[in-house]
Design a protein. Structure first.
Length: 358
């Protein structure tokens, strides 16, 4: 029976333990979306994770609408990330990038006033983070089918740039109500062409983007993150189980290195799942390593790995306040709590201020 401290192969990446760091946007880049030096220490300090999945990183300006988040489309951005991946590798760690296109969740203020793009002309609920505070989202423009090759090329180039930046691989952000999720789930996809309607059609962008990244860097360095249960940022599905079962079969055929499911439990503290996590029901449809996430304690992680629900667990907030989380779990030391008010500030406080246990 595998445990949290057994090694695991995630495609080409050999993780020495199954305590992975979940992707977390921390807004410590510049306005030009370039990584800053303080990010080198942050990621280096977390190198004992079995694998670090980076914060979401924009593949283009069209797809990036988060203040001070970073990108991977300019030489400066690639060079900035190179310093971070070098720091992680020197500390003995492994790091992949999470490739991000936010779709309708990009506010026009990031796009010189242009409208964001999505599966259909819909509007995300609530308010966007912008450089001028929170502002209401605006209606997206429906992506024409002949524009989709451009999006695929952006994912392909983003993956190539990730390798140039020294990442060990890439995870496609297909979760949490962003562009690919806007195509997948029927609350946001109202199309009637080959990218809408049937589950097969709604999965098409996910399949093509995954193939584009796998063609660039190898399927054994390509992972995907999905959020099958409940609603995120106004994106949900009327019948998620068949949709995600088919998506998992499709990703299995491509032979990706890992699949991560971000599923808040019903009593979740980062998003509330209106339905229980679907991981146990979806597991049979995916042949590769399955990573579980959201609200895991070390005990629940051990139990679900032992029960075969998943193969590894990604911890988010626990890694913010505990850079040496695997050590603390192994030694049964107290796990510190993070301060949510410093998640997205540009300060070192709440970022590089959490000490290791020893
Ligand atoms: C500050 C913060 C930023 C996050 N940014 C991202 C992100 O960039 N990409 C993503 O897929 N999920 C993101 N998430 C969600 C986390 O990956 C994870 O799903 C969530 O924190 C629940 O896991 P936990 O209970 O272990 O913290 C973020 C969460 C937090 C707290």
């Amino acid at each position: 029976m595998p445990g949290l401290f057994d090694p695991i192969e995630l495609g080409a990446i050999k993780a020495p333990n199954r305590i992975l760091m979940a992707p977390m946007t921390r807004a410590r880049g510049t306005k030009a979306h370039v990584p800053t030096p303080m990010m080198e220490q942050y990621y280096r300090d977390r190198a004992s994770a079995g694998l670090i999945i980076s914060e979401a990183v924009g593949i283009t300006q069209q797809g990036l609408g988060w203040p001070y988040a970073t990108g991977l489309w300019t030489h400066e951005q690639i060079a900035g990330w190179r310093r971070i991946t070098d720091a992680v590798h020197e500390a003995g760690g492994r790091i992949i990038v999470q490739l991000w296109h936010m779709g309708r969740a990009v506010h026009p203020s990031f796009l010189d006033g242009e409208r964001p793009v999505s599966a259909s002309a819909t509007t995300a609920p609530d308010h966007a983070h912008t450089y001028d505070g929170r502002q209401p989202y605006e209606e997206a423009r429906h992506l024409h089918a002949d524009e989709i090759p451009v999006i695929l090329a952006d994912f392909h180039r983003g993956a190539l740039n990730a390798i140039e930046a020294g990442f060990d691989g890439a995870q496609i952000h297909a979760a949490n109500g962003y562009l690919i999720d806007q195509f997948l789930r029927d609350s946001a996809n109202l199309r009637d062409d080959e990218y809408g309607g049937s589950t097969r059609n709604r999965i098409r962008l996910l399949k093509e983007a995954t193939q584009a990244v796998a063609d660039a860097i190898g399927a054994d360095r390509t992972g995907v993150r999905l959020s099958p249960n409940g609603e995120t940022q106004g994106v949900s599905d009327s019948d998620p189980l068949p949709l995600f079962a088919e998506a998992l079969e499709t990703l299995s055929e491509i032979g990706i290195a890992h699949l991560e499911l971000r599923e808040p439990p019903i009593d979740g503290t980062f998003g509330i799942g209106e339905v229980d996590p679907l991981a146990a029901q979806l597991r049979p449809y995916f042949k590769g390593p399955l990573i579980l996430n959201s609200d895991f304690t070390p005990e629940r992680a051990e139990a679900e790995i032992a029960a075969g629900v998943g193969d590894a667990v990604a911890f988010g907030r626990p890694f913010i306040a505990n850079p040496d989380l695997p050590y603390r779990i192994r030694e049964h030391l107290p796990i510190a709590t993070d301060d949510a008010s410093t998640w997205f500030t540009q300060a070192s406080e709440g970022y590089n201020s959490y000490p290791a246990a020893i």
